[in-house]
Ligand binder design. Structure first.
Ligand code: SF4
Length: 226
């Protein structure tokens, strides 16, 4: 088969009939299970035999334990845990004691609440705000009209590389992202040495719930469509 770019999001096969979900299943021509089989095989080997194995095992158990009603059959499954509970459970499962919290200044109240919650559950918390260092945006070449306040006044740049490196140095074993901006989150992921998870993404307009636009794509957000 000719190798094609993967297109799982376009897959029209019933989930239970897909080759990735059923050993006797079917696949469309853009299927990475078939077209990237060597890559997948080597990734499976890494996941099941490499240094990531314990992490992968616990993530998989975590996934399964996020449901209740399993004894009643697949159709009766119910979600059992919020994301924050899952993060806490997973960190306990992995025996992480010291957690890093990388948060946005705009979510400082939420960060305080999260910090307390995790601390009260026995974790050692270290946290770094996005503006750490107080570096002026001019250091990035930002002009007054490109600032949030649109003026020649001091604005500290977001500093996700510093957030990551401070948390690396502080010995965070697992990082939790809270409200980092698009792009800044990517930089944090790139520079953090400990594994990272996201408690919440930044969505200023939608109360940090970006899926609201997707759920309303055929109604109030139809104007987003090309
Ligand atoms: S792996 Fe193949 S069968 Fe599974 S969703 Fe992707 S394209 Fe469809």
């Amino acid at each position: 088969m000719t190798r094609q770019d993967p297109g799982c999001a376009l897959c029209g096969i019933e989930p239970s009939e897909r080759i990735c979900n059923n050993p006797q299943g079917k696949n469309p021509p853009f299927c990475p299970t078939v077209n990237f089989s060597n890559t997948v095989k080597s990734a499976v080997n890494e996941t099941c035999n490499g240094t990531i194995k314990e992490f992968a095992l616990n993530a998989s158990i975590q996934e399964s334990e996020a449901y209740s009603g399993k004894e009643l059959g697949y159709a009766k499954l119910k979600p059992a845990k919020s994301r924050i509970e899952e993060i806490m459970d997973f960190a306990k499962r992995m025996n992480y004691r010291k957690l890093g919290l990388a948060f946005c200044m705009g979510l400082r109240s939420e960060a305080k609440a999260v910090e307390k919650l995790f601390s009260d559950h026995g974790f050692e918390m270290v946290s770094v705000v996005c503006k750490v260092g107080g570096e002026p945006k001019e250091s990035l070449g930002i002009k007054g009209h490109e600032k949030v306040r649109c003026a020649e006044i001091f604005e500290a740049m977001c500093n996700p590389v510093a957030q990551a490196e401070v948390l690396n140095e502080a010995g965070a074993e697992f990082n939790i992202l809270l409200g980092l901006c698009v792009g800044h989150d990517s930089m944090f992921f790139k520079y953090a040495t400990a594994p990272c998870t996201v408690l919440a993404v930044k969505d200023r307009l939608l109360g940090h719930n970006p899926m609201a636009a997707i759920y309303n794509l055929d109604s109030y957000y139809r104007g987003l469509k090309a």
